[in-house]
Ligand binder design. Structure first.
Ligand SMILES: Cc1cc2nc3c(=O)[nH]c(=O)nc-3n(C[C@H](O)[C@H](O)[C@H](O)COP(=O)(O)O)c2cc1C
Length: 238
């Protein structure tokens, strides 16, 4: 199986060690591709909107975005990690997610995303781990992913991995190992079920695209939806 990991920090701190604990059970059999942000990610979105209006390849960061997207589309399992920075995901992760705004459902979602599984691992000192996970889950859901498992941790005292008491470290890693075992037992030849929330988003956007196409049949997103057959009977899920 293939796993693609997007690390919201390049620091080898708590987030890194929790992610390593999650990946450990997969190490012998999975092909794992990792991106560490910001070093392996795109720069900031400058708001040129060429990806939405015309073609994502016109983005100044297109080469980097294409590389990350290819790894995500080829993966059976997506893993996102982030510490909480002021109650949210890191700026580096946000900068990466902004570049996939054109893949949100109201624009041009990739059909491969609808059958994917994803895991989000976040942690914080005291508060903000859940809102950090939500930042990432919002994008995943609007990309079409339904199967999203979240694990958020609160350290509450020590933030240096090597100084965190063994009991606390074991408590966190054993939760992640248990999730890894569950995710490992999945038959990845079968796509994940598409849930009601993603389906509702799809049908709402389908109505929107139908209207937009009537006003302007040359509209980029409308042409994409039409070419995929989503305005007729075809659906991006199985
Ligand atoms: C810029 C910045 C903002 C932070 N904001 C929060 C926060 O809102 N809530 C919180 O509990 N911890 C916050 N922290 C603490 C980190 O989430 C915490 O130390 C985390 O364990 C760091 O993970 P790392 O070792 O992977 O870098 C912040 C840290 C930084 C550097």
């Amino acid at each position: 199986m293939k796993i693609t990991v997007i690390n919201g920090t390049q620091k080898k701190g708590v987030t890194y060690n929790l992610k390593e604990a999650f990946l450990e059970p997969f190490r012998n059999e999975a092909e794992i591709t990792e991106f560490y942000l910001p070093k392996d990610g795109p720069g900031f979105c400058t708001g040129c909107t060429q990806c939405f209006r015309d073609n994502q390849d016109l983005c100044k960061d297109a080469e980097c975005v294409r590389k990350i997207e290819k790894a995500m589309l080829e993966a059976d399992l997506l893993v996102f990690t982030s510490p909480a920075y002021v109650f949210h995901t890191t700026g580096a992760m946000k900068a990466m997610l902004d570049h996939f705004g054109y893949r949100w459902m109201p624009h041009r979602p990739a059909k491969e995303m609808f059958g994917k599984r994803a895991v989000i691992i976040t942690q914080c000192l005291g508060a903000g781990g859940k809102s950090t996970a939500k930042d990432i889950a919002d994008s995943l859901s609007w990309w079409g992913v339904s199967c999203i498992k979240r694990r958020s941790f609160k350290l509450m005292s020590e933030i240096d991995w090597n100084k965190i008491p063994d009991k606390k470290r074991n408590e966190m890693t054993s939760k992640l190992i248990s999730l890894a075992r569950k995710m490992k037992a999945i038959d990845y030849s079968r796509p994940a079920n598409t849930g009601i929330i993603v389906k509702m988003k799809f049908f709402a956007v389908r109505m929107l695209q139908t209207g937009l196409g009537k006003d302007n049949p040359e509209y980029t997103d409308f042409k994409y939806w039409k070419a995929n057959g989503w305005l007729d009977k075809t659906r991006p899920w199985k």
